[in-house]
Design a protein around this ligand. Structure first.
Ligand SMILES: [Zn+2]
Length: 160
């Protein structure tokens, strides 16, 4: 359960950082970037034995805790252990937010970011609480300047 009085928490210890990742800019979804290709490459290398579980299943304990408490089930099986369903965690970055990002605790909280006057960038990370696999799946801008149509298409796409 989320801690009372601190929806989402700040999770300073997670310090998720996007970093340089092989993303594919998709359009016209308002700047959404998909990271499916990078994920496929990692999963393929794992299946071929080029990467071990130690290489790919290294989620920080704080990230796992956030995923357990705040993650939203995806209905998708973990590609590594094939034993546990993945959950999605959304981090937001922007002005007046912690430098390590902030975990979104609920759909209502995510809506507040969409309505913000200041722009934010959302990063969605999928996490397996079983084997500690985690992967950045997509990023997209929200808040100021993002068209409502982009938001709608994003919703349709994710089915939520
Ligand atoms: Zn797993």
């Amino acid at each position: 359960m989320p801690r009372a009085g601190a929806p989402g928490g700040t999770l300073a210890a997670v310090s998720f950082r996007p970093g340089p990742t092989l993303g594919v800019q998709t359009s016209p979804t308002g700047g959404q970037v998909e990271y499916a290709l990078a994920k496929k490459a990692i999963v393929r290398d794992f299946k071929k034995g080029r990467l071990s579980r130690l290489d790919v299943c290294d989620a920080h304990p704080e990230l796992l805790r956030a995923a357990t408490n705040l993650g939203r089930t995806t209905g998708e099986r973990c590609p590594i252990c094939e034993d546990v369903d993945l959950v999605d965690l959304t981090f937001v970055f922007g002005s007046k937010l912690p430098s390590g990002g902030r975990v979104v605790g609920s759909p209502a909280e995510l809506n507040r970011y969409w309505r913000r006057k200041d722009p934010v960038v959302c990063y969605v990370v999928e996490v397996c609480c079983g084997c500690r696999w985690h992967h950045l799946t997509r990023s997209y801008p929200a808040g100021a300047g993002v068209e409502a149509v982009a938001r709608k298409s994003l919703r349709d796409r994710t089915g939520r």
